[in-house]
Design a protein around this ligand. Structure first.
Ligand SMILES: [Zn+2]
Length: 240
């Protein structure tokens, strides 16, 4: 994994759907409060993840994700929920940042030189809004990061094997990101995000893409496959 050499200063994980207490259709490690699961179970699940990975749940920052291009810089844990937001950046130690997904791409970013982390929620709209690119730009502007130092992990998400889209989408996306099979169109969101990052000077060798497709692999929640379902998460923290 792309971050492994730096794990002393960095914690990161991408959860699966297993090991929690939520009941069907959220079984079992649903980490999202916005999908009509029992909030007690969600909080129990978040506590289980915090205990397993030795971070304080009081410090966990998560977003009211709205498929926007809104980015928040986190300086403290005064507010755990960030409204109307799809990317978080911090250089403060011991503040875990969480992005929740079920097909969208959880993008984790780490600058090991300046010790800055970010998590990004990149679905179709977020990708079209270039949220990953804008997040790296903010890391550069606000924290003097160099794009060529930034390590990127595109976590488990829906791939072009399953991500069918309509003609209206195909019309507005460069053809190289679209694939036609059996008269249906499929979109490659991962490649769109990679190309946006490369255009900023992120190095291809510093980008890793999780090969597992959420819609193919039932170890993960998938909105496309299940409709009403839970959310798994990418979580990152700078260790103190
Ligand atoms: Zn698939």
């Amino acid at each position: 994994m792309i971050f492994t050499p730096h794990e002393d200063s960095l914690f990161f994980t991408v959860t699966s759907r297993y090991g929690g207490v939520s009941e069907t259709p959220y079984d079992s490690l649903n980490l999202a409060l916005h999908v009509s699961d029992n909030p007690k179970n969600v909080l129990a699940n978040r506590t289980l993840v915090a205990q397993k990975h030795h971070f304080l749940i009081e410090n966990l920052i998560y977003m009211d994700q709205t498929h926007s291009a809104n980015i928040a810089i986190i300086k403290d844990c005064a507010s755990n929920k960030i409204e109307n937001c799809d990317a978080l950046i911090t250089n403060v130690k011991n503040i875990p940042l969480m992005v929740m997904v079920a097909d969208c791409i959880p993008i984790l970013l780490y600058d090991p030189v300046n010790q800055v982390i970010a998590v990004v929620h990149a679905g179709r709209n977020g990708t079209f809004n270039q949220i990953a690119k804008k997040t790296v730009l903010k890391m550069v502007d606000e924290f003097h990061c160099c794009a060529s130092n930034v390590l990127v992990y595109l976590g488990t998400s829906i791939h072009k094997c399953c991500y069918e889209v309509g003609e209206e989408i195909v019309r507005i996306v460069p053809k190289k990101y679209c694939e036609k099979r059996d008269e249906k169109w499929y979109l490659d969101l991962q490649s769109m995000n990679v190309d946006q990052l490369l255009s900023l000077g992120v190095v291809r060798e510093n980008i890793e893409i999780a090969s597992v497709c959420t819609c193919c692999d039932k170890d993960y929640f998938s909105y496309r496959r299940e409709g009403v379902t839970g959310r798994f998460a990418g979580i990152m923290k700078l260790n103190g």
